[in-house]
Design a protein around this ligand. Structure first.
Ligand code: GDP
Ligand code: GDP
Length: 455
């Protein structure tokens, strides 16, 4: 009776959509001007097209969700990368390296009209080394006559060049079909091989908040585990560290340890690094410099982790430097600037003195627990029934939309599908989320709620 008005296929369909796990990651790499941005915009259907492209203005968004033939994936856009003082070759190589590192498959874009350059060859060597699946995009083949240009690119040794006009759309469908074949169903780095392996932590935060100090502190005090752990492929950029008697994998630590001297592009590099680390991790520890005013950049990093659906811990570092006045203002800032993650466990630490380091692990464990938790359908509906009875949705246009029933469609993070008899307003959804959190304690995890309305 609870399912009034819905047949089982509706419900299963909705659950299937809402319950998707983490998405595989596709990176688009290549030299400047080969048409990467044009291709990215075409793939994401220009919905999120990057229009304003002033040099020096960093785009904070480097990953997009895309869909082709019913399959969803994440697209890493490297078009925002600025060339730097190292020169074009080094810059393209660095960009490609980081993007490849973050990806499950790569689209390598070459300008077919120009043909393969030395820089292209350098990227090919990186691609070979990385061993990830590659689809070769021979771009700027706007018509039949250009196809001969594309065929020269067989010489790169990456298999079939796919002749494409990113500008006009010619050939992009066939190329995307090839991409889907190359792309694993689920991101290998996240859920494929690593199930049962050590938990993966991304230590993120803007430059100078103390990431490398914190990493050194925890690694030194608790010994870095260098040997391989059975069942995991060890990535040289990851570090296995034992904390509180448990081995954790800190992902993407090369970006933390290595100081890359980039001038332009440094912010972009940092964003890409953060996105890459977050993609690979289960839990994000967002480090914030408590001695400074919480900034827009801090908020962006938090947003990245929330949007990626990761478990989140907030760590306020440099606590040793805080006086009473700063502590007062910090609390106010946390309330206003970090309200979107008011549910995240929080630790106040000092990488310098080691203060409260022992609180980090319990906070991480709490967040993971919330992230993986599941509410049985019976309990959820008992809760929803009481909630709706005690706090009905406001009447709109003479009708009262009602939540009929709900189910948890997935975990990591928890995803709910609610079925309703009418449009549920944003405010009411927020209210339901708040009450869900109070009732079932999803500490440290974003939760997703989608609503299906009966026609
Ligand atoms: P990116 O630097 O690799 O991101 O390259 P852009 O996407 O910014 O493209 C560089 C230039 O090449 C722009 O002027 C595009 O309009 C042009 N372009 C991109 N794709 C094509 C294509 O398929 N055919 C033609 N003729 N021009 C293209
Ligand atoms: P990263 O860029 O986030 O990796 O930051 P670093 O670890 O390089 O730290 C930036 C600066 O902050 C360095 O000068 C550190 O010595 C200093 N720092 C890091 N953690 C602390 C802390 O807990 N207390 C104090 N007083 N300084 C710190």
């Amino acid at each position: 009776a609870a399912e009034e008005g819905f047949d089982i296929e509706d419900v299963e369909g909705a659950i299937g959509e809402a319950g998707h796990g983490p998405l595989p990651v596709l990176a688009v790499v290549g030299r400047p001007n080969v048409g990467k941005s044009t291709l990215v915009n075409r793939i994401i259907g220009r919905r999120e097209a990057v229009v304003e492209d002033k040099p020096g203005v960093t785009r904070d968004r480097v990953t997009y969700e895309a869909e082709w033939a019913g399959r969803r994936f994440k697209l890493v856009d490297t078009g925002g990368w600025e060339q730097d003082v190292l020169g074009i070759d080094a810059s393209v190589a660095a960009q490609a390296e980081y993007a490849i590192d973050a990806a499950d498959a790569v689209v390598f874009v070459v300008d077919a009209k120009v043909g393969a350059t030395d820089t292209d060859e350098a990227v090919v060597r990186l691609l070979r080394k990385a061993g990830k699946p590659v689809v070769l995009c021979a771009n700027k083949v706007d018509g039949l006559s250009g196809e001969a240009d594309a065929s020269y690119l067989w010489a790169l040794g990456l298999g079939e060049p796919h002749p494409v006009s990113a500008l006009h759309g010619r050939g992009t469908g066939d190329m995307l079909d090839a991409v889907l074949e190359a792309l694993p169903e689920a991101p290998a780095q996240t859920f494929g091989t690593a199930v049962g392996g050590p938990r993966r932590i991304a230590l993120i935060g803007r430059p100078n908040v103390g990431k490398s100090s914190l990493l050194n502190k925890v690694a030194n005090e608790d010994r870095v585990v260098v040997n391989e752990v059975a069942g995991t492929t060890r990535d040289p950029v990851d570090e296995l560290i034992e904390l509180g008697g448990v081995t954790w994998k800190f992902v993407d630590t090369a970006g933390i340890r290595k100081r890359v001297h980039l001038q332009q592009g440094a912010d972009y590099y940092a964003s890409l690094r953060t996105a890459a680390a977050v993609e690979k991790a289960e839990v994000a520890v967002v480090l914030i410099d408590a001695s400074e005013t919480i900034s827009v950049q801090d908020q962006r990093i938090v947003t990245m982790a929330v949007e990626a659906g990761r478990a989140i811990v907030l760590a306020f570092n440099k606590w040793d430097t805080l006086d009473e006045e700063r502590r007062y203002y910090l609390e106010r800032e946390i309330d206003t600037e970090l309200a979107q993650v008011s549910w995240a466990p929080r630790v106040n630490v000092s990488a310098r003195t080691g203060r409260h380091m022992e609180k980090l692990v319990p906070a991480i464990e709490t967040a993971i627990e919330g992230w993986e938790s599941r509410v049985p359908t019976g309990r959820l509906n008992a809760f929803l029934g009481e909630l709706v009875a005690a706090h009905p949705h406001p009447v709109r246009g003479g009708k009262q939309p009602r939540i009929l029933f709900g189910t948890q469609a997935g975990t990591k993070p928890p995803r709910f599908v609610l079925f309703s008899s009418g449009f549920i307003e944003h405010g009411y959804r927020r209210f339901v989320e708040r009450r869900l959190r109070e009732e079932f304690s999803f500490e440290g995890t974003p939760i997703h709620i989608s609503v299906r309305v009966r026609e």
